[in-house]
Ligand binder design. Structure first.
Ligand code: AMP
Length: 513
């Protein structure tokens, strides 16, 4: 089923309901969003002779046009390739060439950079800037069409993985994958009413954009902040003007919101849910966030290869503080989402009993169709019909999954495994520690030793002895960091993930100098 059918369905349910808002202004209702999507599909077919299945990229920062472009592409049966707006032009060029994109939509800030790298690409017909006269002309053929009858397995969204190691790979997400993600959201993450709003303060090329699909399916409003990104003050202001607001945030954004001086006193009654994921959130941060924001947190664990859909921890489980294992639960990533099966396996994909840690694997209707033009990586990642996530975790008796680290981040010291996250959780309990990240450093005696990079809260003095004492109280001696490096900020990706590769480089350069 074409995802554009869900847009049509919402027109049927409430044609005049707000579909797209920008700042405090509603720009489009459901009827006009669907009319624009249909017109764009017709314009693209007529002007560029695009065929169903053709790839069209989006190099766009968050903006109201994101919705009409995405749904216009689906309406025509084309595949969208949303790219992270903060990428380097060379990275755009790689993806555009790799997937053979025929067109690229841009926002004005990116037109020159994208135009500069597309000249030599054989498949590329044109770069079109949202809002330009060229862009508007695409909507004026006067033709109205039905959504293309895309099948369940047809490509809807080509999701390039963040590629912290090696070249990014294009996870092929079908209409069926997005439908499964929608069903899982509504079943496990949160209910959505047509009066609700989703705030797109995180990149629409990633989780926030994926969550546009269940919100359009439910007929809710998509709110794009004028800044096009995350700004705690703007978020607080928007909450005074919109109702039933949900946002998908990376843990770093939650921290920024929680620590903003105006948040504690702000009226949060319009804030319905903050869904977070994409990186671990430490228990100390979760507790602080629950204290400031109230019971409004939900968590998902997903991957580009199984979009937003592996496990979920809904709000009511965060709220259930009387449960004897509440703290373990909020430290976990929750249970398998409704349509997904999750297992933890050892060598040869042998399932491991509860409590033992191994690789997390997942199967179900949200798992990608494979990687674009990469049969070898597809075969390896989807071996045996399961998606191999590369994440390490353990299930408990109740099916709650605790994630450790990516296998490449595990430290092996004197033959024993050390999970950086376990050490990080302890360091974060120190009131002076704002953020930290633990990595392994090569060591002649031990193979590897533990090194902690620590960002202190404003005004707090670095005190390695105090951190060492804290570790001695909480974890085995061999796990505690042998060295502490105090830095001003941790290197992060555009999606807010801590870049351990950068920390390793930093460590090497400091050791060499
Ligand atoms: P991406 O494909 O860029 O969305 O990155 C997916 C990766 O982010 C996963 O494989 C995990 O390593 C990490 N991740 C996603 N959600 C969570 C979560 N809730 N807790 C911890 N790590 C997460």
């Amino acid at each position: 089923m074409n995802m554009a059918e869900l847009l049509r369905r919402s027109v049927g349910a409430g044609a005049k309901r707000p579909a797209v808002a920008y700042g405090n202004q509603v720009l489009q209702d459901y009827q006009s969003l669907a009319a624009r999507a249909s017109a764009l599909a017709a314009g693209l077919r007529q002007r560029f002779a695009l065929e169903p299945g053709d790839r069209v990229a989006l190099a766009m920062k968050n903006c109201p046009e994101y919705l009409e472009v995405l749904y216009g592409l689906w309406w025509g049966g084309f595949a969208a390739v949303p790219m992270n707006a903060k990428l380097h032009p060379r990275e755009f060029a790689y993806m555009l060439e790799h997937c053979g994109a025929r067109l690229c939509f841009t926002t004005s800030d990116l037109s020159a950079a994208v135009g500069g790298v597309t000249a030599g690409l054989p498949e590329m017909l044109e770069v079109i800037e949202a809002g330009s006269s060229d862009y508007e002309a695409l909507f004026s053929t006067g033709e109205t069409t039905q959504p293309h009858p895309s099948g369940r397995d047809d490509l809807a969204w080509l999701f390039y993985t963040s590629g912290t190691t090696g070249r990014p790979k294009g996870a092929m997400l079908s209409h069926g994958n997005l439908l499964a993600m929608t069903a899982c959201y509504l079943a496990d993450v949160d209910a959505i009413a047509p009066q609700d709003t989703i705030l797109h303060a995180a990149p629409m090329s990633h989780g926030s954009g994926l969550y546009l699909v269940p919100h359009v399916a439910a007929g809710a409003c998509n709110l794009v902040p004028e800044s096009g990104g995350f700004d705690a003050e703007e978020v607080l202001d928007l909450l005074q003007h919109h109702h039933g607001v949900t946002a998908f945030f990376a843990p770093t954004m939650i921290r920024r919101l929680v620590e903003h001086p105006a948040t504690a006193a702000a009226d949060l009654s319009n804030l319905k849910t903050i869904v977070y994921g994409g990186a671990p959130m430490y228990v100390a941060d979760v507790e602080r966030a629950l204290g400031v924001l109230g019971n409004r947190l939900a968590q998902i664990y997903g991957q580009g290869e199984s979009p937003m859909c592996i496990t979920a921890l809904p709000k009511h489980l965060y709220a259930d503080r009387t449960h004897p294992r509440w703290r373990e639960r909020i430290a976990s990533a929750g249970q398998a989402q409704l349509l997904m099966e999750v297992a933890v396996v050892g060598e040869g994909d042998r399932p491991l009993p509860p409590g033992e840690s191994g690789e997390v694997i997942v199967r179900g209707p949200a798992v990608m169709q494979g990687y674009w033009a990469d049969a070898e990586a597809t075969a390896a990642t989807l071996a045996g019909g399961w998606l191999h996530t590369g994440d390490l975790g353990a299930l408990d008796e109740d099916g709650f999954l605790t994630l450790m680290d990516r296998s490449k981040d595990v430290i092996i010291s004197g033959g024993s495994n050390i999970y950086p996250r376990e050490v990080e959780e302890v360091l974060l309990r120190h009131p002076g520690v704002a953020e930290c990240s633990v990595i392994g450093a090569p060591d002649a005696d031990w193979g590897e030793i533990t090194v902690a990079f620590v960002v202190m809260r404003g005004g707090a003095e670095p005190d390695p002895q105090a951190l060492d004492r804290l570790c001695l109280e909480e974890i085995a001696r061999f796990k505690r960091p042998k060295h502490y490096r105090f830095i001003d900020a941790l290197p992060k990706s555009n999606y807010g993930k801590i870049l351990k590769t950068e920390l390793r480089k930093l460590m090497e350069s400091q050791t060499a100098s």
